[in-house]
Write a protein that binds this ligand. Sequence first.
Ligand code: AMP
Length: 320
Amino acid sequence: MRLSGITPSGHAQLGNYLGAIRRWAADGGERDLYFISDLHAMTTAHNPARLRSLAEETLAALIASGIPAERVFVQSDLTAELGALTWVLECTCTYGEAARMIQFKEKAGGQAGVRLSLLTYPVLMAADILLQGASEVPVGEDQNQHVELARALARRFNSTYGEVFTVPRAVLPLAGARVRDLADPARKMSKSTKDSAGVVFLLDEPELIRRKIRRAVTDSHSIPGYQPDERPGIANLLEILAACTGRAPGDLAGEYPTYGALKEATAEAVVETLRPVRERTTELLTDPAELARIRKEGAARAAERGEHRLSSALRLIGAG
Ligand code: AMP
């Protein structure tokens, strides 16, 4: 079983959808799990009300994209279970192991007021994985070291106190499209980019999507061609159009005589791809009772799935 998370550090964007969410909905295994990792969005300065609303919105977006509700949960609904397991795992982890995490060094380096949770969040991540009994964790390069830590902690706990945890391993995520920022194609489209001119959000109105795509950075050529390294702006548009239409970016390049025509086609394809997701997400957000019901059920299932592992781990380590 695979476990994938999405951190609600901003509004879900087109890259999340084409690169991950859409693949989760279409090709995810029957037992795979998805969670909104809102507790992970608290390791640096955050706004509580905004985080709460982003977590709800992201949950609605995953359900609206077609991921079955029983496979989705919100991390903070398991705060009690995860808090307890994190403590068990912190007592299994060494300070040296946590301090070695490259991401911690990168994010904490030279900063004042670094939250302790920035150091310990990989242990919470291990708790996320080990509580659910996930055997595979699809992650990018930047999270590999954290999955390795979860793996080491599972092994160490099992051999020191008794067999409780499935030992997880990092796997490559299902390959979806890689979407770059429309205003700066050198970087990946991201929900936490401050300037949102080049970021298409799942809930953007069609007119706003068209405007953002019309303003996308291109290059000084005038005829579309697919050369990802030399012409990243145009390649990005072609890749987005390809991901929305199921065609190959190289084939599409010859079909548009001008940049304007390519942008027009890309904008329409994105608008139509996102339309059902936006409409269903908005529908769910305006029905808080239904969303709360879905959320509660997901949380109950996730807690139940991990209950025996948590109680065994607590007993074996000598708690209670
Ligand atoms: P994140 O937004 O970093 O929490 O990532 C959530 C999921 O969306 C991960 O599986 C990422 O690989 C995927 N993702 C995020 N941004 C992009 C992007 N610009 N292009 C493709 N996939 C993306």
